[in-house]
Design a protein around this ligand. Sequence first.
Ligand code: NDP
Ligand code: HSE
Length: 441
Amino acid sequence: MIDYRHLRVALLGAGAVGSQVAALLLKHGEELADRAGASLELAGIAVRDLDAPRDTDLPRELFTTDADSLIVGADIVIELMGGIEPARTRVLQAINSGADVVTANKALLATHGPEIFDAADQVGAQVYYEAAAAGAIPIIRPLRDSLAGDRVQRIMGIVNGTTNYILDRMDTEGADFADVLAQAQALGYAEADPTADVEGYDAAQKAAILASLAFHTAVPLESVHREGITEITTSMMDAARHAGYVIKLLAVCERLTGHEPSASGEAISVRVYPALVPRTHPLASVHGANNAVFVEAEAAGSLMFYGAGAGGVQTASAVLGDVVSAARRHVAGGVGVGESTRANLPVLEIGHAVTRYQITLEVDDRPGVLAIIATILSEGRVSIATVEQTVIADDGEAGARARLVIGTHKAREQDLSDTVARLAESDVVETVVSVLRVEGN
Ligand code: NDP
Ligand code: HSE
């Protein structure tokens, strides 16, 4: 038996992820010691309620409600409580008491990242957070380390497992939104408050983290445009399928050129919204709670990262990878790879984004209507790519109505929303049924 250096690991939280981290750490301790070059003692597990039922069979004596004392003397603190407080206080306490921190807490990093990374820099500690974006998928290290010599141009992906699970079940089985959300919660995919998932907050936090790394710029969460999936209905899903699309909640982070506010003319756009994705696109075949992230870099070209985006044991894999990295650093010494925000690019508002759209309208079905609509689009600098008309009521010219599905070429978001507002006011338009972005071709 090798006489490894001994490291104390404090675990904060034993929920869906924390309980699996503890179980794997205890089960594979010797193997992890060989990989880390240090033996890893699980010193204790802080929870809120000592009597709460736990899925995994962990030694009761490890549990405590005294996180404060557990952190003192720990070499590595794993924060898996979630939320902002007391997670923020505990993470800062761990850093200031000389520990490295491993966290999966995207809400915390997206809101208090600069404060936490500054605190770590001050004392030479390291914060690891591979599990904070896209669950088990290695995406933080590739962006921070592997692509450090390249220039990332664009990231587009599915970064929330719960919403992908819901949309996928709605699409493939016509399942009810509320029922599938309850199943996603039972499977341990959803956040403690699932509003974070379905309203796009979780994906926006991950987009802020990924964009910060990719573009070497601190991206404040408030600058990320966010829309969730609560307005998506099974009839929208059916219409999308009919047109050869599937609806996915996407995060898009891109570098844009030709913008005034920065000296280089470069700026970035970071946004989260449900979008139509062609059924032939690889993102369309991301099912269940899986995630997929496409990265386009100047030299590397297109890269795709795919795998489990949520789930306790899957996420525990990413957390334990970070624990091994932290342990190796303790053994080898030296600072790890730091955050880089030196590019400091401006983050543009959604109005500057450029993409394709599908506009669905209910209109009067009489001569000249199409011409009026085409004029409004053309005056708004929105170019029509496709038009499909279906008659929905044909009771003479006065009462005849049709559904128009208009696909556009790429347009600026501000032009598109101004144009949709004009369409909504027009006498020939009964209802603007939906406006969806089209991504992926
Ligand atoms: P859970 O809600 O399942 O578990 C939270 C755990 O933290 C519980 O054990 C809870 O204790 C403990 N806890 C909460 N507040 C306190 C407190 N004030 N003091 C002490 N302990 C506390 O969360 P998850 O395991 O799902 O998620 C943990 C983190 O991982 C979150 O940041 C989440 O965003 C992130 N994440 C989750 C993924 C997933 O698939 N679930 C995937 C990727 C990241 P008790 O058990 O007593 O209630
Ligand atoms: N609630 C998150 C999701 C967990 O569904 O993706 C993984 O970050």
